[in-house]
Design a protein around this ligand. Sequence first.
Ligand code: TYD
Ligand code: MG
Length: 455
Amino acid sequence: MATDLQRSVQRLHYVCSECGAEAPKWQGRCPACAAWNTLSEDLMRVAGRKAVALTAAATTTPMATVMAVPGRVLATGSFEVDRVLGGGIVPGSVVLLGGDPGIGKSTIALQVSNSCGDEVSPALYCTGEESLEQLALRARRLCCTGARVRLLVESDVDTLIATIEAERPSLVVVDSVQTLRDAGTPGPPGSVSQVRAAVLRMSDVAKATGVPVLLVGHVTKEGAIAGPRTLEHMVDVVLYLEGERLGEHRMLRGIKNRFGATGEVGLLGMERDGMRDLAAPSRGMLDAASLGEAGSVVTITCDGLRPMAVEVQALAVASPFEFPRRMASGFELNRLHLMLAVLTKRARITIPKLDVFINVAGGIRLDDPGTDLAVALAIAGSMKNRAVSRHSAVIGEVGLGGEVRRVSRTELRLAEAVAVGMEAVILPESYRGAVPGDLRCHRVSNLIQAVALLG
Ligand code: TYD
Ligand code: MG
């Protein structure tokens, strides 16, 4: 009599090479994504089940007898990148670096390999997208032309793995994961089944050899890195590089990290000769020319664990239209409407027929409610033609009753205010924590008190 296990071995599964959906029987069209002729037998699963049916059970280990040996992490040469990684690159780990095309992924990857490699055990930079000449041009621009990095143009996973086993590099970069091809898996390069198989195999070789792997992945139109979210479960760390492509600022965001905190953000600047850490003064997206003008207010937003000084600008002008316009760039429009309503009702500022525009400098998006008060004061300042003093930062959330509420991570924000050269701060009355000695402090409990501070 067949056991359940044997029966499930005999049952074939079919998997779509486009979207990764599974089906119990073969069909001409994938029931999930409606692509034609993409279902094929899931050979890995079938082979796996057969193997399980024939294999003896493993010996388990009591937790108390295992010593956690912290391996030596590789420094990436950038304080900001190390910060997001949780100290550096852990041996045997797999890191996925995603981002839009042209944002600077290959640039960071090459700089990191140059820092992780040395003459004795160089890093291996494997590309399936560019020629050796193109790579050499970039390397010259980044001053990474020494013996610390070896180059390989290859897209076959087997060849890459054999090379890693033979050369034992200090780090492997695969640029990009979409160009890898696994001969034993159906589907064209870049398809979900191919990318998944390639990542699994790279992950196995990383664990077996201890060589860390940095996979570069393009973000698809849908916003997922290298296909469906399943890829994110197969790697140890997922980083995401973002920013305005034409601007110089980049944010490196930790989406997942098995070795450190997620939500870490690294601030980088894309320069002519590569990616640089942003130092405290340039971390603040502040334009000295407009600070201290009516309608310009500095706030400290906190993105994950990362505080950052940003300038909020508001412009309120008489509207030529029957229905005044309200526009916001870098701030949610609904929240702007809400601030206008609260200013009208709770701070007794009538906003008659005015067009109101909000702009957040530096291409930053403010999703953090801790920046409400700054937006409200920028609007009030522009209407009354009064300014917050030039070296003041404004922190606080505004409630529907016009009350100014405490915000998360105020200590971090205050430390950043000092680092970017602020001398005073307007903050919620209810904040009970410490304020750095060199910051003058104005505490407010509602919008009326805050508006009264406009000079
Ligand atoms: P790249 O790293 O190739 O982006 P990705 O791999 O994410 O597609 O970088 C692309 C852009 O960056 C390109 O437009 C040129 C610019 N760049 C610099 O500004 N400075 C540099 O040092 C380098 C190498 C590129
Ligand atoms: Mg690239």
